[in-house]
Design a protein around this ligand. Structure first.
Ligand SMILES: [Zn+2]
Ligand SMILES: [Zn+2]
Length: 143
């Protein structure tokens, strides 16, 4: 048995095996480095926990790829900002029922398509919401 092994293990074969080992080893190390850096970018916390998981060969990196957050932290922050900005705009503007364009609080017509979006008080000429019965500025009854 030992003879066969020694016959097989020529210097060339040993060289190939060492090279293979070095390759596998560096891929393994790189995968750990990748997980640590990627976890940082994606805000997957705690990072040290992912680093430990990544040290389990093959299974660790697979588990990380499956369980990690699907988007980068920077993208998520941008999305959150975007949503906050849109909500902020909506609280200040309405939306034109015809074209969907933004309507400022005191617009009477949509500036994009000229649709009337609010009534105007006949006394003080301030813009009124369509369902208001009384002008809140001058107490004029609407119809
Ligand atoms: Zn419009
Ligand atoms: Zn009025």
């Amino acid at each position: 048995m030992r003879d066969i092994f020694q016959q097989l293990l020529t210097p060339e074969v040993a060289m190939v095996l060492i090279l293979l080992g070095v390759c596998v080893g560096s891929v393994y190390l790189l995968s750990i480095v990748y997980v640590i850096r990627d976890a940082g970018r994606r805000g997957a916390s705690p990072r040290w926990m992912w680093a430990i998981i990544a040290m389990v060969p093959i299974v660790g990196i697979l588990a990380y790829v499956i369980l990690r957050p699907s988007s980068y932290l920077i993208d998520r922050e941008e999305q959150d900002l975007d949503i906050a900005l849109r909500e902020h705009q909506l609280s200040h503007y309405g939306i034109c029922p015809k074209c969907g364009g933004p309507i400022d609080r005191d617009f009477v017509v949509c500036p994009l398509c000229n649709t009337q979006v609010r009534n105007v008080c006949p006394t003080c000429h301030r813009p009124l919401n369509a369902d208001w019965q009384v002008c809140p500025y001058c107490r004029t009854r609407i119809q």
